[in-house]
Design a protein around this ligand. Structure first.
Ligand code: ZN
Length: 343
C-alpha cells in the first residue's frame, strides 16, 4: 500500500492543512479550478465486513464513503468521467471544479454499498469492470491471495511464513509484505503462488458476501446514469501480453461490455495502472475516448487523454491526528500542494 509521501509530522500537517484551507489556498474552488479531479475507490464496506476484510487499506466504510461523497458534492461539479471529461475538453471551468468518482475492479460492494450513497448525494460515477471477473464471478488475485494468506497466517504462522517467504510478529504486516512480494512476480508465477496459498488454506476462505457484479447489476447502474468502462477481459499486466492478446483485452472487452450493458463503453482503465506506448495506441485504436492510470494527481490542461492521472482515496490519509476525518487534510491532499504518495 502506498506510503505517505509527506515527511511532515501529523501536527504540522493538521496546522498547515487548516491554515491553507482558511486562507483559501487549498479550497477546491481555487486549488482545483483549472484541474480535472478524478478520485479512485476500490471497496466500500459496512464496518462488520470491513473488520474481516484482509486489505483494509484499499477499503472505506460506508460512513466514510458518505463523508467523502458529501464533500465532493458540496465542493465540486460531479459526474461520470465520460461526462466531466467531455465538459473539461470543451473548456468548461465551473466555479465548483469538475470531479469524477471512479471504482476499479467491479466488486459487488460497489453496487450494494456505494450505489445507495451515490444516489442519496446525487453523484453519477464510473465503474471499470474486468469482463472475466464479471462473467465468472471471479475475484482478482489480490483478494484471493488476501483471503487465503490471512486465513493461513491465523491457522499456521510457520506454514504461512514458509509459503509466503515473509517473517515477523505482526500477521497484517506479514500479509502486506507478502502482497508486495507477489506484485513483483511474473503474472504466471503470481497466479501459481495464489493457487498454492489457496490450496494450503481452508477450501472456502472467500466469504459468501464477496464477489463481482454481474451484467444485470451493471445494466442497472448504467440505467441509473452511471458509466460502465472497461478494465480489460482478464486483468493482465498489459505491457507483458502479445499483440493478439492485447487486442482481445482492449477491443474484446469494449465490444462485450457494450453488447451486455447496452451503452457505449468509452473509458478504459489499465489493470494495475500499467501501460506503455503500444498499449496506449491499442486503446486509442479500439475506439475509446480516454483512459485512466493509477498515477497520482489532478489532471492539468494539455494532459494525455489516454493517460489520465487520478487521486486514490484512503480514509486514514484524510484523518487528523485525533483520528477524525478532516476537510483541511483532504483539501490539502487533493490540492496541487500535495506532491502525491511516493512510489
Ligand atoms: Zn484492477
Amino acid at each position: 500500500m502506498p506510503p505517505d509521501g509527506s515527511t511532515l509530522k501529523p501536527l504540522v500537517r493538521d496546522l498547515a492543512g487548516a491554515a491553507l484551507l482558511a486562507t483559501g489556498l487549498t479550497r477546491p474552488s481555487r486549488a482545483a479550478r483549472d484541474r480535472l479531479t478524478i478520485v479512485t475507490f476500490h471497496r466500500v464496506l459496512p464496518g462488520s465486513l470491513l473488520r474481516g476484510y484482509p486489505l483494509p487499506e484499499i477499503a472505506v466504510s460506508v460512513e466514510e464513503f458518505r463523508w467523502f461523497a458529501e464533500y465532493f458534492a458540496a465542493q465540486y461539479t460531479c459526474g461520470t468521467l465520460a461526462e466531466v471529461h467531455r465538459r473539461w475538453l470543451a473548456g468548461e471551468r465551473p466555479a465548483r471544479p469538475l470531479l469524477a468518482v471512479t471504482f476499479d475492479d467491479g466488486q459487488r460492494d460497489g453496487f450494494e454499498h456505494a450505489r445507495p450513497v451515490l444516489a442519496a448525494v446525487g453523484i453519477p460515477a464510473s465503474f471499470f469492470v474486468p469482463v472475466h471477473g464479471v462473467e465468472r464471478d471471479e475475484l482478482l488475485w489480490h483478494d484471493r491471495m488476501g483471503y487465503a494468506a490471512a486465513w493461513l497466517l491465523r491457522a499456521s504462522r510457520a506454514q504461512a511464513s514458509a509459503l509466503l517467504g515473509v517473517s515477523g510478529s505482526d500477521p497484517h504486516a506479514m500479509l502486506l509484505d507478502a502482497m508486495e512480494r507477489a506484485k513483483r512476480l511474473s503474472p504466471a508465477d503470481r497466479l501459481a503462488l495464489v493457487a498454492r496459498v489457496e490450496a494450503a488454506a481452508a477450501s472456502s476462505v472467500r466469504p459468501a458476501w464477496d464477489g463481482l457484479m454481474g451484467w444485470e447489476q451493471l445494466r442497472t447502474l448504467a440505467r441509473e446514469g452511471h458509466e460502465i468502462g472497461s478494465h480489460s477481459v482478464s486483468h493482465p499486466i498489459l505491457p507483458l501480453v502479445d499483440d493478439a492478446q492485447l487486442e482481445l483485452e482492449v477491443r474484446g472487452s469494449k465490444e462485450r461490455i457494450e453488447a451486455e450493458v447496452g451503452a457505449p463503453c468509452e473509458t478504459f482503465c489499465y489493470p494495475n495502472g500499467d501501460c506503455d506506448a503500444r498499449v496506449v495506441e491499442a486503446v486509442r485504436r479500439a475506439g475509446y475516448l480516454r483512459a485512466v492510470t493509477t498515477r497520482w494527481g489532478p489532471v492539468a490542461a494539455g494532459a494525455d487523454d489516454f493517460q489520465l492521472t487520478r487521486c486514490d482515496i484512503e480514509a486514514r490519509r484524510a484523518r487528523d491526528r485525533g483520528g477524525r476525518l478532516s476537510r483541511p487534510r483532504l483539501a490539502l491532499r487533493l490540492s496541487r500542494y500535495f506532491p502525491g504518495p511516493t512510489p
